[in-house]
Design a protein around this ligand. Structure first.
Ligand SMILES: [Fe+2]
Ligand SMILES: [Fe+2]
Length: 141
């Protein structure tokens, strides 16, 4: 992951990396089928990630949890909406990529940089307090 995206939490940073990797795969896809497969992987990664991130927020007493949860829910709904377009026969491969691209820019990238980044000080505090041990977190996977 580019250092600018990192919030310092190994599991959550890995999640973000995998979401961005699925997105790159989608961008590189040559067919609508391949794009849909990458998009469903992205969707699955995102929903697991939102749960893990919200769980961490609860653990560290993040004060803006309710608003952040709402943003995750809105992002999930927007993602599901775009995923439905090809099923409804609305547009081909190119349109699907464009719709996903604007979603990624508006939601995912802006969200990671503008919202998730606010978690960094809480991650540092958890690390200092020893509650971010790798084995304990890794065993939840
Ligand atoms: Fe988030
Ligand atoms: Fe996130």
């Amino acid at each position: 992951m580019a250092a600018s995206y990192s919030i310092g939490h190994p599991i959550l940073d890995d999640d973000h990396d995998r979401m961005i990797a699925a997105w790159r795969e989608l961008e590189a896809s040559r067919t609508l089928e391949a794009a849909k497969a990458a998009a469903s992987r992205l969707m699955a990664e995102a929903s697991g990630h939102f749960d893990r991130e919200e769980q961490f927020m609860v653990q560290c007493g993040y004060p803006d949890l309710a608003r952040h949860k709402r943003l995750h829910a809105e992002m999930g709904a927007a993602l599901r909406h775009v995923l439905l377009l090809p099923l409804l026969g609305k547009g081909g491969h190119e349109e699907f990529i464009l719709a996903m691209r604007s979603l990624m820019d508006k939601w995912v990238m802006a969200h990671i940089l503008g919202e998730d980044s606010k978690l960094a000080p809480y991650v540092r505090a958890s690390r200092a307090g020893g509650s971010l041990g790798r084995p304990a977190v890794a065993s939840r996977r």
